[in-house]
Design a protein around this ligand. Structure first.
Ligand code: SF4
Length: 426
């Protein structure tokens, strides 16, 4: 039999560190081994001050460390002054085309600027932004995206760059072009001795995102802002983003992340945090739910139960209590061993365990309230020091599979069930 060795997660690449924030909202560190920062971007208009502040603070409450806002017009940077007075997290101004917006945002007290030097063609204008940020100690993210990387204004250069797509390997060419642009832009900043920089190079192609960030991580030591751009709805965008970002993070690459969904951006924050928790890169706050996918052995309405458990427990528990909701005894006891509180179901019933100790055997209707009661009691014990998360008190002895919870001897006798299966299909 083949043996497998568990490979430890690659250590984080230690990049330079930038600090974003102020005395009022606090300062967050990006890079230099600091915990990975979660960010998102406002969907609404910055000039609508009340809505803008409410949106930023809503994301902050959900766990965003940093929120970016667009400032396409003068009225946006004018509003930014008031916005900055009311927000609860550091704010980044997203600037395209108009270098004046960057200068105005700096003046308004913004904590960071995102700039694509590719769409500000006048070098002097970029220099003015760099100097203003340097004077105030404000970092700049240099962001290049696949969609904006091809030259737009210089027609000859555009034809040359586009031509290469058809001459060679599209992804290879894009990767080379994005790196060349980044080098060109970083050179502008280096010439002004400005190193308070984060970099990003996004694409909507997950595989290309993995390749490009792997490459730029080897070439530059600036902190990396990871993202798959224009990733789609939450359903597709989640998979597209997390497949790339978690691969990079597991390989030690990345200092801050942004998922980008065409849906409520609160989901970007929630999914980014969940990704970091799953990778062991962020401490979980609130309940961790484990549930089986169900199969032909199921004897309760587990999908409804799990949804209800999630809905009821999430707002009730503060601590990261691990709760398992399992459909039958095949894996129920095993999961119950690893969970703080577990229920595994049988024939329209559920057996509830707390840290491996059986505490109840209830009907299907009673599972939810009893599980909530046990979870709250367990959390109270943890808070008062009488119990510890993740501890197992007793060995779980699974009930007889053809006994009280299993398919039942009567059913077997009646020929309804021919045998009791062991092994897991999930
Ligand atoms: S065998 Fe696994 S998937 Fe099937 S009901 Fe039991 S625990 Fe759920």
């Amino acid at each position: 039999m083949r043996g497998y060795t568990l490979r430890p997660m690659t250590p984080r690449k230690i990049t330079r560190q930038v600090i974003v924030g102020d005395d009022r909202v606090g300062r967050i560190r990006i890079g230099g081994g600091a915990p990975v920062v979660v960010q998102t971007m406002n969907a609404g208009y910055t000039h609508d001050i009340d809505a803008c502040v409410a949106e930023i603070n809503r994301y902050a409450k959900a766990g965003a460390d940093l929120v970016r806002v667009a400032v396409p017009e003068r009225k946006d940077t004018e509003a930014l002054k008031e916005v900055m007075r009311q927000v609860t997290v550091p704010v980044v101004a997203d600037v395209h085309f108009h270098y004046q917006r960057a200068l105005e945002a700096v003046e308004a007290g913004v904590h960071k600027i995102r700039l694509n030097p590719g769409n500000i063609s006048d070098r002097d204008q970029v220099n003015k932004v760099i100097d203003a940020c340097k004077e105030r100690g404000i970092p700049i993210r240099i962001g290049v995206n696949e969609g904006s990387i091809i030259e737009r204004r210089d027609k000859a250069r555009r034809a040359e760059e586009l031509g290469k797509f058809f001459a060679g390997h599209k992804s290879g060419h894009l990767l080379a072009l994005m790196i060349a642009k980044l080098e060109e832009y970083l050179d502008i900043f280096a010439q002004r001795d400005f190193h308070d920089v984060c970099i990003s190079a996004k694409s909507m192609d997950s595989a290309l995102v993995i390749d490009i960030y792997t490459e730029i991580s080897q070439r530059f030591d600036y902190p990396l802002h990871l993202g798959v751009t224009h990733a789609g709805t939450r359903d597709s965008g989640c998979i597209r983003s997390i497949s790339a970002l978690s691969t990079l993070l597991a390989n030690g690459i990345g200092d801050t992340v942004r998922l980008s969904y065409a849906s409520d951006h609160i989901d970007e924050v929630k999914d980014a945090i969940e990704m970091l928790c799953c990778l062991g890169m962020r401490e979980r706050k609130g309940v961790e739910l484990i549930a089986c996918p169900t199969c032909g052995r199921i004897q309760v309405d587990l999908f409804t139960l799990v949804k209800e458990v999630e809905k009821v427990l999430m707002p009730e528990l503060e601590l990261p209590v691990k709760v398992a909701v399992m459909g039958c005894i095949v894996n129920g006891p095993g999961e119950a061993e690893g969970a703080d509180v577990a229920v595994f179901a049988g024939d329209r019933r559920g057996i509830i365990y707390v840290q491996g100790q059986k505490v109840a055997n209830v009907t299907e209707e009673e599972i939810l309230p009893r599980l909530l009661q046990e979870c709250k009691a367990f959390e109270a014990k943890v808070k008062s020091g009488q119990a510890r998360l993740g501890e197992k008190l007793v060995e779980i002895k699974p009930p007889d599979p053809i006994g009280e919870l299993g398919s039942g001897a009567a059913k077997i006798a009646a020929g309804q069930v021919s045998q009791v299966s062991v092994g897991h299909t999930g």
